[in-house]
Each structure stands twice: as structure tokens, then as C-alpha cells.
Design a protein around this ligand. Structure first.
Ligand SMILES: [Zn+2]
Length: 596
């Protein structure tokens, strides 16, 4: 009896213990209906990890496809691969989800992996941030900004492809779709020509509805739901700019978006897709006051939340917005490009521990240069022997002063430092600039050639200009440099043209040559870096015949006013202005003049 009683009790105890564990699993982890506050609490974490640790012990390390040591939930066929990945990007929500009422997201991610400490890109601006999310690198590598993404397609052969392009390359039949409120993402961040179904609308509700309808139609047509679906919502950012980030108005908008996002999630549930879907909600940046772009926590910290079959319930480890790209490819079982510096963070997928972050080595060897003296005027080695059919209007060698060999009464503003140049000396510009008076191209073609040596710049300082660069619509022109790109701008007071050319990655490791051609006959502007092929943009119809005159001067290292706030932290050398439009052959002649 005693013994029997003892055994009976023991059996009873065992049953109770087993029951306890199963309740934990079904309640907090398995049943998405269970409402928690969406925040992963310690209790929850323990519950889930306990469940999983066993699976994690046998670590298998495969050649760091995405920078992590893995022991994914595997079966004999290897790590689990999702059929569908959904990324919903809520512009300008930052980590404010935490303060907002989000009952639906709380439910959706009750068993998911969440962080409010992920860090966006610097600067915390939309294009730079979404650019990193899609391309797995920081802005100085993808070179995107709001101006570029609104006007030019992303280079189809970039060394830093988007995850959409990588999926297309590794899964030729994948179904890819992007629905955006801010269409810059479709125009200048996701490549064209890779079969991404792109659509946009200037209303979040309509964007979500379009996406839902598209998914339902694709399933109905037997094509199946998208392999990769990206959705962009913009109204929280608008609320932040209008009323302030973190204000009641802003938080109320996030609450609305919470409801709209849940309708998409429900569509996936109704179509029986959730089992094979990794569902992610994240954002590009937060805000402080009514703006963003700075580096305060309120601007830089972003939420990232994921739910899916192999997602570890809990808090995600150290993460940057670019890591989203690795997460997407990891989920689809694809290899990430060697050029990406992103990796799957810890605490997201069961058993996946973040490895070392890949580093992209910038090779500056082709910019090593041995300084030689400037060829004498009239000598066989002088530029006039290389370009003979174009009128050289101005030529500043900066060999100790700002003399213009062609005779213009150049003057100096502020302080210049004459240091080693490309040829002879060059002028360090951060505290000064040079003015070439009376240079007025009007409606005629002209071309400029120059060398610069910079360690990188902040903002968008002019290399040379005759306009007030505080407003791109104003009359005149400017050729400026920014992080990873140069930009030509012209305006007539109402209309503007912006032409951005991305710079070689190693542009800040030594001397770089730039050629700008404003060809009024052809109606286009051309830019070449390092004597390479021209990139060209047509001058918009509205500006085809406008005069480019503004201030009666061309300033080097400043805008036409001489008071632009961003200093040009660079050494400039060999500044030449030609009448007319230089051709590719002229650029070759320049290259041989400089021994290239
Ligand atoms: Zn934004």
C-alpha cells in the first residue's frame, strides 16, 4: 500500500508535471490568439527557450552564409526554409510602437522575437535607412539619399544588390512584390528589371488593401502567394513631422496602422499561409520633435519584430537595420552576397547565434599617387597640347596661390591652405573658397575638370557653383559632393534638375578626378569619375532653354553666395573650365595629360 500509494503519488506527480508544460506551450507560445502585451517578458522568454535549448546543443557550422553559426531547426533535409517572407515597413515609427496601443501586433508577435533597440543607419533618414534594409550595407556603401531615390533607378549591376535582386538571382521563379506609400522605394531603392511587382498609393489603407488583393488574387490564380512581399506605410512619419514624434497624434496613427497591418496578417491566416510565412514588422527611423536625421536614441532606435515557425520567442540581440536583409535571405535559405556587412542577429531564429559582422575592405590601392610638378605653360606637356579644339576658359593650378593661367581676376574668400596637390600644390578648402568673377555660361555649353582629395564630407558642400544652394529651385547651377555621390543641380526659380552620380567606393582614399559636362546642344548633363564612361541625364523640358546665370561669379568650394553652411573638407587641384561640351575623347586626352 505504502509503496503502492507512493508509486501512485509519483505517477500522479508526473502527470501533473507533464500537464504544466503542455499548458505553457499552447497558451503563451503556440496560440497566436493569446493576447499578451506583445512585449516579450522574462517569464515568456524562459518558457520558450526551455522548450528549445535541447535542439540547440548540436551546433552545425556552415560556411558563414550570412555571418552566423547555425543550428537551425533542422530535419534531415537541413534548416527549415520558409516559402514566404513578408516585411511591413512603418516609416517614422521608430521604437514608438512601445508607447502606442498596438493590440494586434501584440497578438501577432506574442510568440515572436522582438526588439525595440535595433539601430537604424546614420543619418536616420528614410532613403539611407530603407537603402540599408534592402541592400545589407550602410549608406556610404549603397550611396542612397532622398534626392537620388526620387529621381534615379538603383544601378542594376551594383556590388550591393537588394535582397530582391539576390532572391531573383538564386530563385529565378520567385514571386516578388512591393507595395509602397513612399514611391521612392520602388523608383530608386529596389532595382528595375528584376520582375518585382511594384505598386504605390499615397494612402496607407489603400497600400494595404492593394497588397491583400494582390496576394488573394495570386493564390486564386494558382501562382501562390509572393515569395517576398514588402509593404511600406508612411502616415506615422507624416504625423511625426506635422505634430511631433511620440505625441498623441503620432501614437494614434501607429495604433491605426496596427489595425491595418492585422488585416494583412489575417489574410495570410485565412489563406492558410502562416505556417510557411515569416512575418516581419519594422521601421526605418524614429524622430525627435518634428524631425529626424540626427543620432538621438529617439531617432536611431527602431523596432523589429518577427514571427514564424523557427522564430525564437524572446528578445532579439544586437541588430542594425541592414541585418534585415540577412534575415530575409536566411529565411529563404539563400546565400548572402560577400559584399554585404549584415548578419542574422542572435535571438531571432531558434538556435541561430550571430557571428562576427562581415567587414567590407575598401581597396584604395588604385588611388595611390606620386606627386609631380605641374607642366609649365607652353611646354610640350601642357594641357593645351592635349585638348586643342576646346577653348580653355580658366585654369587654376593652385601652386601656392589662386592665379588663373587664363587671366581671370580670381579672388580668395576666407583662408586656403596650399598643400601637396595632384600636380604641384593644391588648395585645402574647408576654411575658404576661390571666386572666378564674371563667369556666366548663360545658355551655352561648358565643361569643368578637377581633382579632389577628401576623407569624406558631411552634408552636401559645393565643389563649385554660381547659385544660392540653400534652395535647389533657384536659378543657376551647383556641382556638389555628398556621402558616396556627386550631384549636379540647376534651376530657374521654379523648376529644378537633380542629377546624382554614385562615387567609387574608395573615393575617399586618395585623389579622384571629376569631369562635368553641361551640353546644351544635346540637352543633357554628363558626369565622369576617374576618366571613366560618362553617366548622362537629360535636362528636363522645362529647363531646356533657361540661362544658367545667377550670381555673377563661379565659386570653387562654396555656392554663389559664398556663405553656404557646409564646408568643403577636401583639397582641390587642377581646376579647368572649357567652353563647349567635352567628349569622351577629350576625357581620354585629359587622362593621358594626367598620366592615367
Ligand atoms: Zn522615414
Amino acid at each position: 500500500m505504502m509503496k503502492k500509494t507512493f508509486l501512485t503519488c509519483l505517477a500522479l506527480l508526473l502527470v501533473v508535471a507533464m500537464l504544466a508544460t503542455s499548458v505553457a506551450c499552447t497558451n503563451p507560445t503556440q496560440n497566436p490568439a493569446s493576447t499578451t502585451d506583445g512585449e516579450t517578458t522574462a517569464a515568456d522568454t524562459d518558457a520558450s527557450t526551455t522548450g528549445d535549448t535541447d535542439a540547440d546543443t548540436d551546433v552545425t557550422t556552415d560556411a558563414a552564409t550570412d555571418g552566423e553559426t547555425t543550428s537551425d531547426v533542422e530535419d534531415e533535409a537541413g534548416p527549415y526554409v520558409y516559402k514566404h517572407v513578408v516585411v511591413v515597413g512603418v516609416d517614422g515609427a521608430g521604437a514608438f510602437f512601445k508607447e502606442a496601443e498596438t493590440p494586434n501586433l501584440d497578438k501577432i508577435f506574442a510568440n515572436g522575437a522582438v526588439t525595440y533597440e535595433a539601430i537604424t543607419s546614420t543619418p536616420s533618414i528614410s532613403a539611407q535607412s530603407w537603402g540599408s534594409l534592402f541592400h545589407g550595407v550602410t549608406p556610404e556603401f549603397h550611396g542612397l539619399d532622398n534626392g537620388i531615390t526620387g529621381s534615379q533607378a538603383y544601378p542594376a549591376d551594383s556590388e550591393f544588390p537588394s535582397f530582391f535582386r539576390v532572391i531573383r538571382e538564386q530563385m529565378p521563379n520567385a514571386s516578388l512584390a512591393s507595395f509602397c506609400h513612399w514611391n521612392n522605394i520602388n523608383i530608386g531603392i529596389i532595382e528595375d528589371g528584376i520582375g518585382v511587382h511594384k505598386a504605390s498609393d499615397s494612402s496607407d489603407v489603400k497600400v494595404i488593401r492593394m497588397a491583400r488583393d494582390y496576394v488573394e488574387a495570386e493564390v486564386e490564380n494558382g501562382n501562390g502567394a509572393p515569395t517576398m512581399l514588402f509593404i511600406h506605410l508612411d502616415e506615422a512619419d507624416a504625423a511625426g513631422h506635422n505634430s511631433g514624434y511620440g505625441t498623441a497624434v503620432h501614437l494614434k496613427k501607429i495604433k491605426q496602422q496596427d489595425a491595418w497591418i492585422s488585416t494583412l496578417y489575417d489574410t495570410y491566416a485565412d489563406l492558410g499561409l502562416l505556417e510557411d510565412t515569416l512575418f516581419i514588422v519594422t521601421t526605418d527611423h524614429g524622430g525627435s520633435g518634428t524631425s529626424h536625421g540626427g543620432s538621438t536614441d529617439a531617432e536611431m532606435k527602431i523596432m523589429f519584430a518577427a514571427t514564424g515557425k523557427t522564430v525564437e520567442k524572446g528578445t532579439i540581440g544586437e541588430m542594425g537595420i541592414r541585418d534585415t536583409a540577412s534575415v530575409v535571405l536566411h529565411a529563404l535559405g539563400l546565400e548572402q552576397p560577400a559584399s554585404w556587412t549584415s548578419r542574422v542577429p542572435s535571438g531571432l531564429f531558434k538556435g541561430v547565434v550571430a557571428g562576427d559582422r562581415p567587414v567590407y575592405e575598401i581597396d584604395g590601392s588604385d588611388r595611390e599617387h606620386v606627386n609631380v610638378p605641374t607642366p609649365e605653360a607652353g611646354s610640350a606637356g601642357h594641357i593645351s597640347q592635349f585638348i586643342t579644339d576646346k577653348n580653355l576658359v580658366s585654369y587654376l593650378t593652385f601652386d601656392g596661390d589662386v592665379t588663373d593661367e587664363m587671366g581671370a581676376a580670381t579672388t580668395q574668400g576666407g583662408k586656403l591652405y596650399f598643400v601637396e596637390g595632384y600636380f604641384g600644390e593644391g588648395a585645402r578648402m574647408e576654411d575658404g573658397y576661390v571666386s572666378i568673377p564674371d563667369y556666366a555660361p548663360g545658355t551655352s555649353s561648358f565643361s569643368v575638370s578637377l581633382w579632389i582629395n577628401t576623407n569624406g564630407v558631411a552634408s552636401d558642400p559645393p565643389l563649385f557653383s554660381n547659385k544660392n544652394w540653400n534652395n535647389g529651385n533657384l536659378s543657376g547651377y551647383v556641382f556638389c559632393i555628398k556621402s558616396g555621390a556627386v550631384q549636379f543641380n540647376m534651376g530657374d526659380g521654379e523648376n529644378r534638375m537633380d542629377f546624382n552620380k554614385q562615387l567609387p567606393l574608395n573615393y575617399a582614399t586618395g585623389w579622384m578626378h571629376l569631369t562635368l559636362v553641361v551640353d546644351r546642344e544635346a540637352g543633357e548633363v554628363r558626369i565622369s569619375t576617374d576618366f571613366g564612361a560618362f553617366q548622362t541625364m537629360a535636362i528636363p523640358e522645362a529647363l531646356k532653354d533657361v540661362s544658367l546665370d545667377a550670381y555673377d561669379v563661379l565659386n570653387i568650394g562654396q555656392d554663389g553666395t559664398g556663405t553656404y553652411s557646409a564646408p568643403l573638407s577636401a583639397v582641390v587641384d587642377e581646376f579647368m573650365i572649357f567652353d563647349g561640351a567635352l567628349t569622351a575623347a577629350d576625357v581620354e586626352a585629359l587622362a593621358s595629360y594626367y598620366g592615367k
